[in-house]
Write a protein that binds this ligand. Structure first.
Ligand SMILES: N[C@@H](CCC(=O)N[C@@H](CS)C(=O)NCC(=O)O)C(=O)O
Length: 200
């Protein structure tokens, strides 16, 4: 019953995509993670950290890379867990190409020194990096593949490592075993729905 009620609430709050996350603020619902994060930044302007820079050009650049992380990288990462083994290799090399391009083009956004990353100053791109790679060790265990390689992608690796060392991130990240179990469940559910779709 609990589950049924949750599904009903979700359909009501996000009838277009029928997905989480959903934020309900003052009784009004919002969907899509990037929209929600920008809304939080604007609705609580006097609270730190500010997720977007003040300068309009810098804001635009953060939005550009936020979309890249969301549409390209997160999508290939997702494909890694829903594809069969053959397509998985393709999804992984696609993800690595996106990461290489990101390292080359996004150089101004990488922290010069990972130790300068402070939890009071986390921004939109930091949050997305945590969402994509925060569970990379669990992702690698489930896939038996290397997702984040220190030698191939040193900048992303050092950025993610510094973020994962912050107490606020550590304190809010599920344990490795829990992440592995969740990812395994995700893979299993997707395999089951693929079998149903193809009536195998
Ligand atoms: N672009 C959306 C993606 C949301 C999304 O894929 N949510 C997944 C969970 S992470 C979901 O609700 N899946 C349930 C479903 O597809 O039925 C966002 O960033 O909010």
């Amino acid at each position: 019953m609990e589950g049924e009620n949750q599904v009903k609430a979700l359909l009501e709050y996000n009838p277009v995509h029928k997905k989480v996350p959903v934020l309900v603020h003052n009784g009004k619902p919002l969907a899509e993670s990037l929209v929600i994060l920008e809304y939080i930044d604007e609705a609580w302007p006097n609270h730190a950290p500010r997720l977007l820079p003040v300068d309009p050009y810098e804001r635009a650049m953060v939005r550009f890379w936020a979309n890249y992380l969301h549409n390209q990288m997160l999508e290939s990462l997702r494909n890694l867990f829903i594809c069969n083994e053959e397509a998985r290799e393709k999804a992984l090399s696609e993800l690595h190409e996106y990461m290489t391009l990101m390292e080359k083009e996004m150089i101004n956004f990488f922290p010069k020194d990972a130790s300068s990353i402070k939890q009071e100053c986390l921004g939109l791109l930091d949050i997305q990096l945590i969402a994509i790679f925060g569970a990379y060790k669990a992702q690698e265990e489930v896939l038996s593949k290397t997702v984040l390689d220190q030698e191939k992608h040193p900048l992303i690796y050092s950025w993610v490592s510094a973020l994962m060392n912050l107490p606020v991130v550590q304190g809010n990240t599920p344990s490795h075993d829990k992440l592995v179990a969740l990812l395994q469940l995700f893979v299993k559910n997707n395999q089951a729905s693929t079998l149903v779709k193809h009536r195998v």
